[in-house]
Design a protein around this ligand. Structure first.
Ligand SMILES: Cc1cc2nc3c(=O)[nH]c(=O)nc-3n(C[C@H](O)[C@H](O)[C@H](O)COP(=O)(O)O)c2cc1C
Length: 337
């Protein structure tokens, strides 16, 4: 049976261009973030607490907001009020950048999927640090862990990626409970090369040298389109560099589930990435004890249960939220309680 969001809100949002719908939703949640009574009303949808502890952090429940929905950290109090157990903002880059030309988000309702080629449109590390600082001083900082996901500015050559990530890391670390190195978005040319053994070891080393007092948990977000060999190397490098967790996975470049005449360039998310992401989690769990945050195709209670059964400690949702609305948080929470 359809929930209230699917019956009343989604038809309205889906009647307008995807990116316009996105900006409208973020604007509403941003406004709500400054309005106590609305936050109070949103809280009435919250699931019961289901505390989890991972890499030294206390999570109110294991269901998080995936990166990319609130790239600029505009609505943290509202996401927390809706019941997310943790919130990941970003991807943030060292420099502000507009991303790729529009249109750049496409819906595939029959497949319960999205394709995006946004290209890290964001306000940049300086502006976002300033915004987070203001929120902290306002006393409205949420009570759940905040992850900050960082990536490479489009204009920085891949050979200088380390300095670009380091700038964002140093600018934003004080606001982050954990920091994610995004080396897996398909929309910044060359970015996925940073999943290669030498490049990833170099990047983790560069950040690791400056990650002291206090040391922030570092998390690596990987693509679903990796060979067994590539995955093995990533796991080994994450282990030697004391990476706190792996986020598996980002969007896929495998578009075989999308009708060829409607296909678009970019990363595919939602239902079609579910199985691929889950099998990658199983592969990691078979080889390592490194904690896993699952992302990819969590659209309902069953797909969330599948990730926990595969060995994930936490899950994150993006496309599921677009198709199912915030009721999905409670649906998953009730199913795993
Ligand atoms: C429109 C859109 C924008 C995204 N932007 C980012 C991003 O900036 N950084 C990132 O690490 N992942 C980004 N993602 C990937 C999601 O965080 C998530 O890992 C992926 O979509 C798979 O999960 P899902 O099937 O629940 O959507 C984006 C996804 C979508 C659909």
């Amino acid at each position: 049976m359809k929930n209230g969001y699917e019956r009343f809100v989604r038809p309205l949002l889906f009647s307008i261009d995807p990116e316009t719908a996105h900006h409208f939703t973020i604007a509403c949640l941003r406004a709500a973030s400054g309005a106590g009574p609305i936050l109070g009303w949103l809280k009435s949808f919250q699931p019961k607490p289901d505390p989890r502890k991972l890499f030294g952090l206390d999570f109110a429940n294991p269901i998080g907001l995936a990166a990319g929905l609130d790239k600029n950290g505009l609505a943290l109090p509202a996401w927390a009020a809706l019941g997310f157990g943790f919130i990941e903002i970003g991807t943030v880059t060292a420099r502000a950048q507009p991303g790729n030309p529009r249109p750049r988000i496409f819906r595939f309702p029959e497949q319960r999927a999205l394709i995006n080629r946004l290209g890290f449109n964001n306000d940049g590390a300086d502006a976002i640090a300033h915004r987070l600082d203001k929120l902290k001083r306002s006393g409205r900082w949420p009570g759940v862990p905040i992850g900050i996901n960082i990536g490479k500015s489009m204009s920085t050559p891949i050979t200088e990626a380390g300095a670009d990530y380091l700038y964002s890391f140093q600018r934003l670390r004080e606001f982050a409970d954990y920091v994610v190195l995004n080396v897996s978005s398909p929309n910044t040319p060359g970015l996925r090369e940073l999943q290669g053994a030498d490049a990833l070891a170099g990047l983790l080393g560069t950040i690791g040298e400056k990650n002291m007092n206090p040391r922030k948990p570092m998390v690596v977000k990987i693509a679903p389109d990796l060979t067994t060999d590539q995955l093995g190397q990533i796991i080994a490098i994450c282990e030697t560099n004391n990476v706190a967790a792996i986020i598996a996975t980002n969007t896929t470049l495998d578009h075989s589930s999308v009708p060829a005449d409607k296909d678009e360039q970019g990363g595919l998310s939602g239902e079609p990435v579910r199985e691929k992401s889950t099998s990658l989690i199983r592969e990691i769990v078979a080889r390592s004890t490194i904690p896993i945050i699952a992302s990819g195709g969590i659209m309902d209670a069953d797909s969330a249960r599948e990730k926990f059964a595969a060995g994930a400690q936490l899950v994150q949702i993006y496309t599921g939220l677009i198709y199912r609305g915030p009721g999905l948080i409670r649906e998953i929470a009730d199913a795993i309680a």
